[in-house]
Design a protein around this ligand. Sequence first.
Ligand SMILES: CC(=O)N[C@H]1[C@@H](OP(=O)(O)OP(=O)(O)OC[C@H]2O[C@@H](n3ccc(=O)[nH]c3=O)[C@H](O)[C@@H]2O)O[C@H](CO)[C@@H](O)[C@@H]1O
Ligand SMILES: C=C(OP(=O)(O)O)C(=O)O
Length: 439
Amino acid sequence: MEESRLEKIIVQGGNRLVGEVGIEGAKNAVLPILAASILTSDGDLELENVPVLSDVHMMNNLLEFLNVKIKFDESKKVEILNATEQLSSEAPFQYVSKMRASIVVFGPLLARLGRARVAMPGGCAIGSRPIDLHLKGLAAMGATINQHDGFIDARTDGLKGANIYLDFPSVGATQNIMMAATLAQGTTIIENVAREPEIVDLANVLNQMGAKVSGAGTERIKVIGVNRLHGVKHTVIQDRIEAGTFMVAAAATNGNVLIKNAIAEHNRPLISKLEEMGVTVQEEAAGIRVIGTKYLKSTNVKTMPHPGFPTDMQPQIAVLQLLAKGESTLTETVFENRFLYLEELRRMNARFKIEGNSAFLTGPTQFQGTQVNATDLRAAAALVLAGLVADGYTEIGQLKYLDRGYYHFHQKLAALGAKIKRIATESSSSLKVQLSVKD
Ligand SMILES: CC(=O)N[C@H]1[C@@H](OP(=O)(O)OP(=O)(O)OC[C@H]2O[C@@H](n3ccc(=O)[nH]c3=O)[C@H](O)[C@@H]2O)O[C@H](CO)[C@@H](O)[C@@H]1O
Ligand SMILES: C=C(OP(=O)(O)O)C(=O)O
């Protein structure tokens, strides 16, 4: 998606969002499930509800490099993967550096081939993001792991079941260890695991593939190893973060939006915060309806592993807190550096101070449109949300981040009544842009 670097979104603030919006399959569910294809030595893995995102393209490119055969019908959102041929064990830097989630091929490669050589992913704009817990778990299962020349090299004569305690309920470590354990000899118990809905979706696919995984969604996962896994058909769960982003968009614009097929159970912490702020949230048969209010109340939010408030909704809820009257606190406990986007919001008139891992936000804010740049994926979404309620025009650059996790974001907002366009950067001389949005 090289083009996205040369594009901008321009929003003219002030419109209420009204109507219905559909949600894609979850990025954070599909990426490890795509990696799980490596475990299938028999038949096709057929996935439905696959979101068309740059991260999915990136994972597909990596899997194809490893010799997984892929057919992705983007119009139907169906992807068929076949990993029955001899696979390569090396994931080079060119893939891993572009997408940290590539690390979830590590456990499957090691389990299937007895060897994995994966470039070290490094940090990103939200934190240093070490992978020590992934490695500790795989080492406990009998892998010999060495790090050199920017690569992690792991070998085993056969993984063995082990008792593993995670110091932190890491999503990626839980997925890597769980996948590796499906083909290990004996039983693996993983404690203090991540409980995100995406972990449950992965466990469900693995079980359909013939694995014996129990306890996903609780703090303890048990995996009884089997000899081989086979292909299956699976529908990826809905993206709770995309759904949450539209819920905040509806609340921020004092709108009335039905987020179709959104699963309330996956978004409890967000629903609870929205209600605290005076927003009406209705669980309907067709999805979740969010009805805004003119009188948003301040509230405090602290991110936590699931079922706590998701860190991936932190920048979006910050916009709503800034709109609310009074002081709100926002505390980030999952990543050490996820407030970069606030400096961009300051340029749009936000008032706040940051102390340690907390931001103290002062509202109500009348955002002012200006030129801002996304600093990461959810920051990109948050800047668009601020633009929806800003005075004048907001231009958001660095859309490569947005495209990692949102499909047709501006089209979906436009269909709800937002004045929003995506344009080539070269055509963004302000007069031209303003005219094109008014059209
Ligand atoms: C593709 C995907 O699903 N990404 C999600 C996944 O990322 P990811 O799987 O990378 O997140 P983790 O849950 O692993 O990371 C959470 C925290 O644990 C730390 N940590 C993690 C592993 C490790 O070995 N050592 C260690 O210290 C990280 O640096 C971070 O501070 O979960 C995050 C937390 O919900 C979400 O924000 C990401 O959207
Ligand atoms: C942080 C995110 O993703 P990743 O772990 O892929 O960087 C996210 O989805 O907000």
